[in-house]
Design a protein around this ligand. Structure first.
Ligand code: F6R
Length: 607
């Protein structure tokens, strides 16, 4: 939530900042602003609305400075407006600050500063920060010391970039529970909330831990710990290619990412799985440990949580370990029963989701072993967990997650089978059958994508509807949940997902003539059961779409989309693809912004 960008070098900062903000716009898009240091001091320009509004302000073209910071906002405190946009400055206009996160004690700090005669222009939590820095600065502390002292007073989460009029050749950045990366290049440095936004400038990155400070100049970066002792940091080279962060001829990132799934799955399988063996390098989980755990928790939010639901059964069937899937925002406040015999697995594409990170910290504090399943290299969650395994989906830019979801489902299945091989509680032959099918998934995902024309036609028929229902049993129910989430978030059509057998216990009252009901039918043992439930809605006038890899009598449904067959535990990887395409084409038919749906942000770094 919120994107921050920064540049210090010898080029004009403004175009770099605007370009970076456009790439970060998926993180929030209700207002934006930049600040540069000009010959006569810091200049701030900000505007309500999208980055394009900011970029079209005439005055912005006068900015010549070669050091600057920028921000695209997802409002938390204070409605979207120019005055509430970042950067914010202190009363004396000595400092300019952009902030991603939430300052929880801002009311108290604001009161403290008001008592010292500071005044406030905005309703934001952020405005206390530049004023607090100024408060310490005028007491005689230098730039870095003042920032550190101000940070000591802040409670909550923050990634900050700070400019000071008196230090025209420096910028300071610091983070606590919010994302921030530093990209190093020759005689210039870049700051960003994520790697893809600055990937075209550099592949060399530094990652800050909580409460570490970086003092940047054009040709150097000095790192400090929270006591302002100098520390060394190792640069990490990122292998993602630049074109994966571009649209590559597709209309939208979401469509491109849907089509990237065969490759994302292939890359995620990578060298981890061959027909004979599963490898997890640097992974110290042993048979003895697994034999002594009483429970696995899979914890995540949104689509990542749906990926957990879609794989829980593999852990239970092949490892015989009870496995619970929990919503991170609930789990963290629940006093869960965790101890050293609990294994907690956290799934997060961004690796920055505040609730997931908080749940991870709680689990560690209760002595559980923790594994992060992340897509973004070096993200916060990967540094917090005992072990980290990566999906290799490449940068996911569209707010609605697609290729990260299918890659997560694949990786978690591989992990479950890896444990199963260690535990040997089910015949090796059974494990090998699933492994073999996993290797077939990239090809089968390609085949599934060939249904696009049929999905597009169906989207054309139903895009004006106001309600839709998704039904499934077993793993198909979890696919229904994910399909329904995709639809509502990008098409704004109200939709519900139900375990098909639950329909009769209430929701069937909502079914009336013409309403669309989508059934997912992939489990050979449950085909007839789900078909019966679909019949019940057909009787009440529903228009039905069925996604299946089983033999069904197609004439009874409005439309059937056939997908390739696979092992039932893997079917969520394929059955979700037509539903992603359906949500996409409905959103397109409605003329909506597919990649940046309203009220949402890609990375939910606040709780
Ligand atoms: C929906 C979607 C969200 C995310 C959720 C968790 O399409 O993308 O529901 O899955 O916000 O995000 P990560 O995986 O970054 O922790």
């Amino acid at each position: 939530m919120c994107g921050i960008i920064g540049y210090i070098g010898n080029k004009k900062a403004k175009p770099i900042l605007i370009n970076g903000l456009l790439r970060l716009e998926y993180r929030g898009y209700d207002s934006a602003g930049i600040a540069t240091i000009e010959k006569d001091g810091i200049k701030i320009i900000k505007e309500k609305g999208r980055i394009s509004n900011l970029a079209s302000i005439d005055e912005i073209n006068n900015l010549e400075g070669t050091i600057g910071i920028g921000h695209t906002r997802w409002a938390t405190h204070g409605k979207p407006s120019a005055i509430n946009s970042h950067p914010h400055s202190d009363n004396s206009k000595t400092f300019a600050v952009v902030h991603n996160g939430i300052i929880e004690n801002y009311n108290k700090l604001r009161k403290f500063l008001q008592e010292k005669n500071y005044t406030f222009l905005s309703d934001t939590d952020t405005e206390v920060i530049p004023n607090l820095i100024h408060y310490y600065y005028k007491e005689g502390n230098n730039f870095l010391e003042s920032v550190k002292l101000a940070c000591d007073d802040l409670k909550g989460s923050f990634a900050l970039e700070i400019l000071c009029n008196d230090y025209p050749d420096n910028m300071i950045v610091v983070r606590q529970d919010s994302p921030l990366v530093i990209g190093r290049s020759l005689n210039e440095n870049y700051i960003s909330s994520d790697i893809p936004a600055i990937l075209s400038f550099t592949k060399d990155f530094f990652f800050l831990n909580d409460r570490e400070f970086a003092l940047l100049s054009r040709d150097s970066i000095d790192f400090y710990d929270n006591n302002l002792n100098k520390i060394d940091k190792i640069v990490k080279s990122i292998e993602w290619n630049t074109s994966s962060a571009e649209k590559d001829g597709y209309d939208d990132f979401m469509l491109k990412e849907i089509y990237e799934q065969p490759n994302a799955i292939r890359e995620t399988i990578g060298s981890k799985l061959s027909e004979n063996k599963i490898f997890f390098n640097d992974f110290e989980i042993e048979k003895n440990y697994l034999e002594n755990i009483s429970r696995i928790y899979i914890i995540a939010c949104g689509t990542a949580m749906n990926a957990g639901l879609a794989t829980k059964a593999t852990f239970e069937k092949f490892c015989k370990i009870p496995t619970e899937v929990e919503i991170a925002s609930e789990f963290r406040y629940k006093e869960p029963l965790i101890d050293e015999h609990t294994l907690c697995i956290f799934i997060s594409q961004s690796g920055e989701t505040a609730d997931t990170i908080a749940a991870l910290k709680l689990s560690k504090a209760k002595n559980a072993k923790t594994i992060a399943v992340a897509n973004v290299i070096g993200s916060s969650i990967t540094r917090e967990a005992d072990f980290c395994i990566y999906t290799h989906a490449g940068p996911e830019i569209a707010v609605a997650s697609t290729k990260a979801y299918t890659s997560q489902v694949v990786l978690l299945n591989i992990l479950a089978l890896y444990f199963a091989e260690l535990l040997q509680k089910v015949p090796t032959k059974e494990i090998n059958q699933v492994k073999k099918e996993i290797l077939e998934l990239p090809k089968k995902a390609e085949i599934t994508l060939r249904n696009v024309a049929e999905v597009k036609n169906f989207a054309n028929v139903v895009y004006k509807e106001t309600d839709m229902f998704f039904l499934g049993r077993g793993l198909d129910y979890y696919t229904a949940c994910e399909g329904s989430l995709k639809l509502k978030e990008i098409s704004y059509i109200h939709s519900e997902s139900y375990a098909a057998g639950e329909l009769k216990h209430g929701p069937i009252a909502l079914i009336e003539n013409g309403v669309t009901v989508i059934g997912i039918i992939t489990n050979p043992n449950l085909v007839e059961k789900t078909i019966s439930n679909m019949q019940e809605v057909i009787t009440r006038g529903a228009k039905t779409l069925v996604i299946t890899n089983q033999k069904v009598n197609e004439s009874q449904f409005f439309k059937v989309i056939n997908i390739p067959n696979t092992n039932p535990y893997l079917s969520p990887v394929l059955s979700i693809i037509p539903l992603q395409l359906l949500a996409y084409y409905i959103s397109k038919e409605k003329g909506l912004d597919v990649d940046k749906p309203r009220n949402l942000a890609k990375s939910v770094t606040v709780e």
